[in-house]
Design a protein around this ligand. Structure first.
Ligand SMILES: C[S@@+](CC[C@H](N)C(=O)[O-])C[C@H]1O[C@@H](n2cnc3c(N)ncnc32)[C@H](O)[C@@H]1O
Length: 375
């Protein structure tokens, strides 16, 4: 990035840099979507910095599949500045990435079914296109995902004397305190359908836009879900708006320390680093809600099968049903998953894993970057 003299780019140069045709740029100019507002020294029309910024937004929305008319409304929205646009685009792109991961998983399921000579129903085939991550992986969730009592005790203590509690990104209802008046929020229909009979009532909504009045709950909690939200900061602000206290259990996305400490990401699945790029740090999340932060150690025999849960039981990761209940495996994709599992299997049978991770055997609990934010 350079300061000082403003650079003007010719239409040819812009086309080359952005990977679009000159014809496309002329068309955007003709319909008034992006007009080159400057002139080169030789008098040719050229793109000033502001034009390029606008073009970048247009092209990003285009790539996301928006129509030109819709894009014009989006980029001309006076209430949206450049930073807000970038946040919106980022959220949309993450949504698209999760959808692609969900589609890959759905297609793999169909391929496996075909190998076994099973034909999927037309309905199931079509579902691939509407796939949201938890719509595809949700049904595998209850196999290993449940309340871990020692971690639940920490969450429930942090809820203090709250009588009414909103559980955001509630999934199948794990960690919902049994002795309070709980309302759940969960966007995935598959997850909602898996809530046990008698679980707290559940509303279909997203954290980023909670359908409740200001301060309508004593406390709002979010367990192991913030990393799925397209806009975690907006979601946390919403929790703060609707509740007096906020309790969040999450991992530190920005801290590379835990990824190096945890042998699974360090030695077998480095792709996890790519999943957390650009996610807000746990400090930023805490600042957003004015929370204090407490580390949460993972017991060696953790009852909830989340990603890090099997740190002292490595054979767990060789189990298909363990992996299917954790979104990370769907998000890194089948190739990385296969490579990681094969590598781990080899190292377990050759004794290399035990050799490398000798120090873990005596630990009863591990610090792997999980945090409780309490506000
Ligand atoms: C790992 S699960 C955790 C579920 C539950 N809290 C638990 O601990 O078992 C993550 C959940 O977040 C939900 N989710 C995804 N995006 C969300 C959003 N924008 N707002 C609220 N929940 C969301 C998913 O549908 C999924 O049920």
């Amino acid at each position: 990035m350079v300061g000082g003299v403003e650079e003007h780019l010719t239409v040819g140069r812009v086309a080359e840099l952005a990977g679009v045709s000159v014809r496309t740029l002329h068309h955007y100019d003709e319909i008034g979507l992006v007009r080159p507002s400057a002139r080169t020294a030789a008098g040719y029309r050229a793109y000033a910095a502001g034009d390029v910024e606008r073009l970048r937004e247009v092209l990003a929305y285009r790539r996301l599949g928006f129509g030109l008319r819709e894009i014009a409304d989006l980029v001309d929205d006076p209430a949206t500045d450049a930073v807000a646009h970038l946040h919106r685009l980022r959220g949309l792109l993450l949504q698209q990435r999760d959808r692609a991961a969900a589609m890959v998983t759905a297609i793999d399921t169909e391929l496996t079914a075909r190998e076994k000579g099973i034909r999927m129903t037309s309905e199931d085939q079509l579902k691939v296109f509407g796939a949201q991550l938890y719509e595809v992986i949700g049904s595998a969730y209850p196999a290993t995902r449940r309340t871990e009592p020692r971690i639940a005790a920490r969450v429930w203590e942090a809820l203090g004397d709250a009588r009414t509690v909103l559980n955001v990104g509630a999934g199948t209802g794990s960690y919902e305190p049994p002795d309070r008046d709980v309302t759940a929020v969960e966007p995935s229909a598959v997850m909602r359908a898996l809530r046990p009979a008698g679980a707290a009532p559940c509303v279909a909504a997203r954290a980023e836009s909670l359908p409740f009045e200001d301060q309508s709950f004593d406390a709002a909690m979010a367990f192991s879900t913030v990393h799925h939200w397209h806009d975690p900061i907006a979601g946390l602000r919403e929790m703060r708006r609707v509740a007096r206290h906020v309790v969040v259990f999450t991992h530190d996305a920005s801290d590379t320390g835990w990824r190096h400490r945890f042998w699974l990401t360090r030695d077998y699945l480095p792709e996890v680093a790519g999943l957390v790029v650009g996610r807000p740090s746990v400090d930023r999340l805490a600042r957003t809600i004015g929370a204090r932060m407490e580390p949460v150690l993972i017991p060696w025999d953790c009852a909830d099968g989340f990603f890090e849960a099997y740190w002292r039981r490595p054979e767990g990761y060789l189990e298909e049903h363990v992996r299917r209940a954790v979104s990370v495996w769907a998000r890194v994709g089948p190739e990385a998953e296969q490579r990681a599992v094969d590598g781990l299997r080899d190292d377990l049978s050759s004794g290399r894993w035990a050799e490398r991770n000798r120090d873990l055997v005596d630990l009863d609990a591990a610090e792997l970057g999980l945090r409780l934010l309490v506000a």
